[in-house]
Design a protein around this ligand. Structure first.
Ligand code: FUB
Length: 341
C-alpha cells in the first residue's frame, strides 16, 4: 500500500491480518537479503533510521548510516542482531545513504556489497570483507570500478561463478546511464520506449571487481518484446534478486511506483528473462524489496513493510513468509495481509 493511502489504513486490523510479523522490533530493518551460509540463516538488511529529511521522489529521506547482520538458527527462531557490521564513516569513498546491501560467501570469506552516495551525490557500489558472516566488515578503499546505481544482489551459480545484479531508477540514478556511462541529461524512458533493465556482471575470482563490462538485462513480455517504460505494473524499477529453481533462473524485482514484487524466468544468468507474474502484492509503505532463499527444503520470501511504524515509508521492518511453487514452476502470488481471522 503506497503512502497516499495511509490515512485510510486501520493498522490494528492490518497487523492482525498480516501473514507475518516483523522479525525484529528493536530497530527498523528493510531490504532483507537472506542467505544460508554453513547451515545457518543470515540476513543482510538496510538499517532504517529517521534522518529528519522529508519524503521526496529522490529517496533523500532514506538516510541510513550503517548495517547490522542478523542470524537465525531456524526459520522459526528469533532473529539475533549481531551489532554494527559496517558504518559509513569506515568507508573512505562514501558519504551517506547506505541503501540495500547483499552478501556472498566464498572460500571462508564473506563479502558485503552495498550502495552509498559519494560526496558528489553519485551512487556507487562498494564491497567490504570479513572472516565472519556477521562482520565486522572492512571496506575496500574505493568503490567497485565501473559500478553505479543501487541495490546490488549477488548470485552464486552451481558452477561456482558469482554474478552481481544492480540498478534502480529515480533516486537510484539508473536513468542517468546508457551503456554504463553517466550523463545527467539522460532521463527515464517513457511510454512506448523500452524500459531500462537491471545491470549484471560476473565477479572476479577475488570477488572484489567486475570481471567484464556490465550488461543490461532484458525483461521480455509473453511475445518476446522488451517491457515498455509505460508498463509500470511490470517494468523493472529496483531490488534485483536472482535464484535458481528446477534449473531455471528466476529474476525478481520491484516495480517501484506500482509496488509489486514480480518475477521473470530465463535459461542463464544474463537472461533474457520472460515476465511471469507477481510474487508479492503491495505492502504498507512505498517501497517493496525482497530476497528469496531456500532453507532446508522450503523456499522463503524475505520482504519488508512499514506496518510497525504505522506507515512511515523510511521506517520499515523485515518479515518472512513461505513461497509456494506450482508444478509448472510458477510462484503463487502472496497477499501480505491475506490472513483470515
Ligand atoms: O532502502 C533504500 C531503498 O529503498 C532501496 O535501495 C530500495 O530498493 C528501496 O527499498
Amino acid at each position: 500500500m503506497p503512502e497516499d493511502s495511509i490515512e485510510q489504513i486501520n493498522f490494528e486490523q492490518i497487523n492482525k491480518a498480516a501473514i507475518s510479523q516483523p522479525l525484529v522490533s528493536h530497530i527498523y530493518t528493510a531490504d532483507p537479503s537472506a542467505h544460508v551460509f554453513n547451515g545457518k540463516i543470515y540476513i543482510y538488511p538496510s538499517h532504517d533510521v529517521d534522518a529528519g529529511i522529508p519524503f521526496n521522489d529522490n529517496g533523500d529521506h532514506f538516510g541510513m548510516e550503517d548495517y547490522h547482520v542478523f542470524s537465525m538458527e531456524t526459520i522459526d527462531s528469533k532473529a539475533v542482531d549481531n551489532g554494527v557490521a559496517l558504518h559509513v564513516d569506515e568507508v573512505a569513498w562514501a558519504e551517506k545513504q547506505m541503501w540495500a546491501p547483499d552478501a556472498a560467501h566464498k572460500n571462508g570469506k564473506y563479502y558485503l556489497y552495498f550502495p552509498a552516495k559519494r560526496p558528489d551525490g553519485i551512487f556507487q557500489i562498494g564491497v567490504a570483507v570479513s572472516d565472519s558472516p556477521v562482520g565486522p566488515f572492512k571496506s575496500e578503499p574505493e568503490a567497485i570500478k565501473g559500478s553505479y546505481s543501487i541495490d546490488p544482489a549477488v548470485f552464486e551459480d552451481e558452477d561456482g561463478k558469482y554474478y552481481i545484479y544492480f540498478g534502480g531508477i529515480w533516486g537510484g540514478q539508473l536513468q542517468n546511464y546508457r551503456n554504463n556511462k553517466y550523463n545527467v541529461d539522460h532521463e527515464e524512458p517513457s511510454g512506448k520506449e523500452q524500459a531500462l533493465g537491471p545491470i549484471a556482471a560476473r565477479l572476479t575470482a577475488n570477488m572484489l571487481e567486475f570481471d567484464e563490462e556490465p550488461k543490461e538485462i532484458k525483461i521480455l513480455d509473453e511475445n518476446g518484446n522488451v517491457l515498455l517504460a509505460g508498463d509500470n505494473n511490470r517494468r523493472f524499477f529496483e531490488a534485483s534478486w536472482v535464484h535458481k529453481y528446477n534449473e531455471k533462473y528466476y529474476f525478481s524485482y520491484s516495480t517501484g511506483d506500482t509496488h509489486f514484487i514480480c518475477y521473470a524466468i530465463g535459461d542463464n544468468p544474463y537472461g533474457p528473462f520472460v515476465y511471469q507474474g507477481r510474487i508479492l502484492n503491495p505492502v504498507v509503505g512505498w517501497t517493496s524489496h525482497h530476497s528469496i532463499c531456500k532453507v532446508d527444503n522450503d523456499w522463503y520470501l524475505f520482504y519488508h513493510d512499514s506496518s510497525l511504524s504505522k506507515g512511515v515509508t523510511h521506517l520499515r521492518s523485515m518479515k518472512v513468509t513461505k513461497i509456494d511453487y506450482l508444478e509448472d514452476g510458477s510462484i503463487v502470488t502472496i497477499d501480505p495481509y491475506g490472513k483470515e481471522d
